[in-house]
Design a protein around this ligand. Structure first.
Ligand SMILES: Nc1nc2c(c(=O)[nH]1)N[C@H]1C(S)=C(S)[C@@H](COP(=O)(O)O)O[C@H]1N2
Ligand SMILES: [Mo]
Length: 400
């Protein structure tokens, strides 16, 4: 016996539904999601958190899925992460449309006719749940809305593995249906086609136009924080969209000195930078750092949340600091912040990052001393580095 309401196949009357529409939406989604997944895993590899979401403190150690993120092209991480966040947003209307296109299946009765079908439906449940989880947590994270208790980095990473695996399975299982849908186009028969279709209120082309317009609106409401320029004013959804003012330190701040527990006492005359290499230690006051050879580079900070800001940084080359500490050309560096709590107080740099001629311990930005919120007395700036590794309030550097 079929229960009433949406469980009756005749309840669903849109003339637009059918395997062809679902296959078209799925194909667009596949392209978008592939970009998001590849850039997401690249970010994870660049960031190299351990399984608990903390930075890996051993510079020589790589995780299985990680590799040596190159230093060099300074916008590398801005591009990969900008794609991850912005293409992810663009995919949302297509995901919603795709879910709408198959919604009668949610009410199919009986839920499964055979064990094989039960298994197939279970795998689709996993795909829907993981895709919704990935998009919801991703959007919450770029909005700095940490309403969840779990560690975002860890949950989003494992969620991605479940999502990619169930998506691959879904595509393999559905391949015959997809091929038939494309071959027969609107004529393909399926339980998705309404038994007694209502009059159309929009064409399939119109549906794609609406979904595409939604995607474009989301893109415009965010992309400005990634590419800057005139789009920054338009990016109404982006929490870090502020238009950069004329002041040398007037640009985005995620974590303020106060939020990080950095006091004026820690960064005042008492401040010393500790440099360590092979058991030796050298301790330098900020004036001594300023007396070393200064180097200036225009480099972006590209945050994992998708915003980018490019500034002119001045400070001491990390390679010069390594030499001063007696290390020679460094194979890596372990950087510790004066900050006492939080996963970003310790980060590692790999060899190319520590050795790059533009890799700096920055003391100034745009010609002025760093402000407390931008990491005074000193912060790390390296070309192509994920923003999370541009450690502020640097207390010590250990060269490998
Ligand atoms: N010590 C310390 N350094 C830090 C952070 C932090 O929380 N603590 N945040 C990082 C992050 S996530 C980014 S994107 C860059 C830029 O952040 P800001 O806007 O807070 O300067 O600094 C990084 N450096
Ligand atoms: Mo960040």
């Amino acid at each position: 016996m079929t229960p009433p309401g949406p469980f009756r196949p005749s309840f669903w009357r849109s003339p637009l539904r059918g395997p062809w529409l679902t296959a078209l939406l799925g194909s667009v989604l596949l392209v978008l999601v592939t970009i998001v997944a590849v850039t997401g895993f690249l970010s994870h590899a660049a960031y190299q958190p351990d399984l608990a979401g903390n930075a890996i403190v051993d510079p020589g150690r790589d995780l299985p899925l990680s590799f040596t993120w190159p230093a060099g092209w300074s916008y590398l991480y801005a591009v990969t992460q900008g794609l991850h966040v912005n293409v992810g947003l663009v995919a949302i209307p297509f995901l919603l449309a795709k879910l709408w296109s198959v919604i009668p299946r949610l009410f199919a009765w009986p839920p499964a006719a055979s064990p094989a079908q039960a298994l197939e439906r279970l795998s689709i449940g996993l795909l829907v749940a993981s895709s919704v989880f990935q998009f919801v947590t991703g959007v919450m994270n770029i909005q700095y809305w940490y309403a969840f208790r779990f560690n975002f980095v860890v949950a989003h990473y494992y969620g991605a593995i479940v999502f990619v695996a169930s998506l691959a399975l879904h595509i393999v299982v559905k391949m015959p249906v997809i091929v038939r849908a494309y071959r027969e186009r609107g004529a393909a028969r399926s339980d998705l086609v309404a038994l007694s279709p209502a009059d159309p209120t929009i064409s399939r082309r119109g549906l794609f136009a609406v979904v595409g317009a939604g995607s474009l609106a989301l893109l415009l409401a965010n992309v400005g924080e990634t590419v800057g320029g005139p789009f920054r004013r338009l990016s109404l959804l982006a929490p870090r969209r502020q238009v950069i003012g004329p002041g040398p330190n007037d640009f985005q701040v995620n974590k303020t000195a106060r939020a990080a527990g950095i006091s004026a006492d820690m960064t005042g005359p008492r401040y010393r930078l500790a440099l360590r290499s092979g058991g030796r230690e050298l301790s330098l006051a900020r004036e001594e750092l300023l007396a070393m050879e200064q180097h200036t580079a225009t480099l972006p900070i590209a945050c994992v949340e998708g915003w980018t800001t490019t500034q002119e940084w001045t400070g001491v080359r990390l390679a010069d600091l390594a030499r001063a500490a007696g290390a020679g050309a460094p194979d890596g560096a372990l950087v510790r912040s004066l900050q006492q709590h939080g996963p970003l107080r310790i980060v590692t740099l790999n060899g190319p990052q520590a050795r790059h001629p533009d890799a700096l311990l920055a003391l100034k930005v745009n010609g002025a001393d760093l402000s407390p919120d931008h990491g005074y007395p000193a912060r790390i700036i390296v070309p192509g580095l994920p923003g999370v590794h541009n450690t502020k309030w640097v207390g010590s550097i250990e060269f490998a």
